[in-house]
Design a protein around this ligand. Structure first.
Ligand code: PGA
Length: 261
């Protein structure tokens, strides 16, 4: 059984120690008020300069945190990058890889993304890999072909076991930073197609062990409908979840929908 996931990307929206401390305390409180969270994974990706705040507030709790990017190797001459050694040292256990903004603003190649996935798995951390970040709306066979190509290069030379904890976030570029999320029907169908491609590439058992979540303009209004499919294991939230009350509402939707499946 795959565990439901709520993940949140803070990008560079909330950057100071004081803002982050206040927000993270509120978020922890809101989540705690929902009761037993043992059956859901919570992955938060603070602005990179605030990872120490996440450690101070979430260490020892069931809330996991991680970095929005990682250097492709453990250590060495990678000026300006963030090392997985630092992340492990600060208690992080999840790494966001290949976000649309990393690809478009910082020119990340598929080869580089492949190295980051490899490194993360070798260090027994969870990679949260953004996929499907196409500018145009792709569906059906066109989407499947795109995913075959992308996943083949992302997982090149990597042997995946069903015990590896891997999360794929389907994040269509055309739905990131918008007023509305992608239409529910496209999200559900494309998740099913991603699982089909995974099964072709890795076998059915491994494919079934990989978590698939949706990201792109998720809000408390659309969360319930987006996760109302067995193919959607959770949500990856940006702007509309930064308010702790909204974060609570979205978490509640995920918990309720997944419990009733
Ligand atoms: P958004 O961000 O919800 O603000 O669109 C999502 C993301 O980029 O992961």
């Amino acid at each position: 059984m795959r565990r439901p996931i709520i993940a949140m990307n803070f990008k560079n929206y909330i950057n100071t120690e004081s803002e982050t401390t206040t927000l993270f305390k509120q978020m922890k409180q809101e989540l705690t008020s929902l009761g037993n969270l043992d059956d859901m994974d919570v992955y938060l990706f603070p602005s990179m300069g605030s990872l120490h705040v996440a450690r101070d507030i979430f260490e020892g709790s069931s809330i996991s945190y991680g970095s929005q990017n990682i250097a492709p190797e453990k250590n060495g001459a990678f000026t300006g990058e963030y090392s997985i050694e630092s992340l492990i040292d600060i208690g992080g256990d999840v790494v966001e890889i290949g976000h649309y903004e990393r690809i478009t603003l910082f020119n990340e190649s598929r080869e580089l993304i492949n190295k980051k996935i490899k490194l993360t798995l070798e260090n027994e951390l969870t990679p949260l890999i953004c996929v499907g970040s196409e500018e145009t709306i792709l569906e059906g066979n066109a989407f499947k072909e795109y995913m075959q190509d992308q996943l083949k290069s992302y997982f090149k030379g990597i042997i995946i076991n069903e015990t590896d904890n891997i999360v794929l976030a389907y994040e269509p570029a055309w739905a990131i930073g918008k007023k509305e999320a992608a239409p529910v029907e496209i999200v559900h169908n494309n998740h099913r197609l991603i699982r089909e491609v995974l099964s072709e590439l890795m076998g059915e058992q491994v494919a079934q062990s990989i978590h698939l979540i949706y990201g792109g303009s998720v809000s408390k209004e659309n969360a319930g409908a987006l996760v109302a499919s067995k193919e959607v294991d959770g949500l990856f939230i940006g702007r509309f979840g930064h308010d702790p009350k909204n974060f609570r509402e979205i978490s509640k939707e995920i918990i309720m929908k997944k419990r009733s499946e």
